[in-house]
Structure formats: C-alpha cells, structure tokens
Design a protein around this ligand. Structure first.
Ligand code: APR
Length: 238
C-alpha cells in the first residue's frame, strides 16, 4: 500500500496539478522514449522529430508518425489515466499538464488538460496554417496534403521548437498555485516541461513523484513512490 501520508495529502488538497510523461502510457502498450525498448533507443530523434528532418524527408517522418498513430489507436487508456480523471472529478482546482501527444488522457475523459507537446491526431498545413483532427490510421496519403495543396505536418512540438506559449503560461500558473504537484512517468530531462516540478516546489507545493525508477528530481521531491503508475495511482485514491 503506497505511502499513507501521500494518500492523506491528496485527500486534503484542494488545488492539485499533475505533470505526466510517456511512462503513464507504458502500461497501455505505448513505448516510452528513453526507457527500455524506448523509441529513442531504436530511432534517431534528429531523423524524425525535428523541423530539419521534416524538411529533408517529410515522407519518412510521416511514416514514423503514422506507425505511432497505429500503435496508439490500438491502445486503451489504463487505470492510471482513469485515476487522474477521478482525481479531477473530486477536486475544485485540478490541472493535468502532459508531455504526451497520444491523446489517451483525452480518451480517458480528462478535461482541464494542457498539452505541452501538442497532439499526434492533429495535422497542420505548412502553407496556409489550417489545422484539423485526423483520427484515421493508416493515413490514406503519406505525406498528407491540405485542401489548399500545402504539405501538412504532425501537430506536435519537435526538438528545437518552442512550446505553445499560452499553454505553457497556464501550466506554469497551475504549478505555482498547486498545493500538491504530482510528477508521473517522466524522465524529467526535457525542458521546459521538466522544470514545472521545480516551479511548484519553489511556490511551496508538496511534490510527489511516481516512477518505476529514479529520475533527476527524485532527490529533491517530497515523496518518490516507486512502481507502475497504473498500480499506484488507483491505490492513492482508494
Ligand atoms: N509507470 C511509471 N513510470 C514509468 C512507467 C510506468 N509504468 N514506465 C516507464 N516509466 C518511466 C521511466 O522510468 C522514465 O523515467 O517513465 C519515464 C519515461 O521517460 P521518457 O521516455 O524520457 O518520456 P518523457 O519523460 O515523457 O519524455 C519527455 O521527450 O522525447 C521527448 O517530446 C518527447 O514528450 C517527450 C519528452
């Protein structure tokens, strides 16, 4: 049974903010990036997740994103995603900040969701800027084209690109106002997302990490619970 103190803290806090990473989707069968079997162990980020890579070979980049879309479409939100929906339903002030682009938090029913790195189900035209949701996978046309004829790109944030300003500002505000800040399933190495736990800590929040292994934030968070998110999160609410 996880730390009773953490359960009590969650039960009594009225303002909660959460940061999630790829680890929360691992138990849904979605590979993480840096863990065992992680995407960046098999593929080169610079060949697939940068504006330069897209300019060089949009077809290769889209083939990779469509492969990931296929994996995600076949997956289901897990008990960890669902527990965060339950926590949101129980709290007046709750913000879920995610680095994930997989859309599993949406499918689980999360509402106050701040997507720092965009959404793999959104496509944006590189000519006219039009954006649309495209749930079909595999894609009919690779690379896909906008009705204006322009080349579309995945609606995600690539390495070397800035995060959506308004979403980052709302995430920083939620971290600053939180009494309890949960850091779940992230290696906490990609900024500015990874920096939000520090923002919350400096503003006086109790910071709680849930991860199957240690990360760079483990030695300064208030509590670090070791184990799979889909096992620990439901127990923290029961
Ligand atoms: N439960 C909890 N934590 C888990 C689980 C699990 N079942 N499985 C793996 N983890 C942890 C790993 O130990 C690791 O610390 O999740 C973390 C996943 O780390 P990364 O693969 O680095 O993913 P993330 O932190 O989300 O990456 C940040 O980097 O590649 C970019 O844009 C991409 O959003 C991504 C960002």
């Amino acid at each position: 049974m996880p730390h009773t103190k953490v359960r009590d803290l969650l039960a009594s806090a009225s303002r909660i903010a959460v940061l999630t990473g790829a680890g929360i989707s691992a138990e849904s069968g979605i590979p993480t990036f840096r863990g065992a079997g992680g995407l960046w162990r098999k593929f080169l980020a610079e060949d697939l997740a940068t504006p330069e890579a897209f300019a060089r070979d949009p077809k290769l980049v889209w083939e990779w994103y469509d492969w990931r879309r296929g994996l995600i479409a076949a997956a289901q939100p897990n008990a960890g995603h669902r527990a965060l929906v339950e926590l949101e339903n129980l709290r007046k002030e709750f913000a879920l900040i995610t680095q994930n682009v997989d859309g599993l938090h949406d499918r689980a029913g999360s509402r106050n969701l701040l997507k720092l790195h965009g959404d793999i189900w959104i496509q944006r035209c590189t000519t006219c800027g039009a954006q649309r949701n495209e749930a079909r996978t595999p894609l009919e046309e690779v690379p896909p084209r906008c009705p204006c004829g322009g080349l579309e790109r995945p609606g995600v944030v690539w390495f070397g690109e800035s995060l959506p300003e308004e979403i980052l500002a709302r995430a920083q505000r939620a971290a600053t106002q939180a009494e309890v800040f949960l850091v779940i399933g992230t290696s906490a190495v990609v900024y500015p997302g990874a920096g939000l736990a520090g923002v919350a800590k400096s503003a006086g929040a109790t910071v709680i990490e849930i991860n199957v292994e240690e990360t760079p934030v483990t030695n300064w968070v208030d509590y670090s619970l070791r184990g799979p998110a889909a096992e620990i999160l439901p127990q923290l609410l029961s």
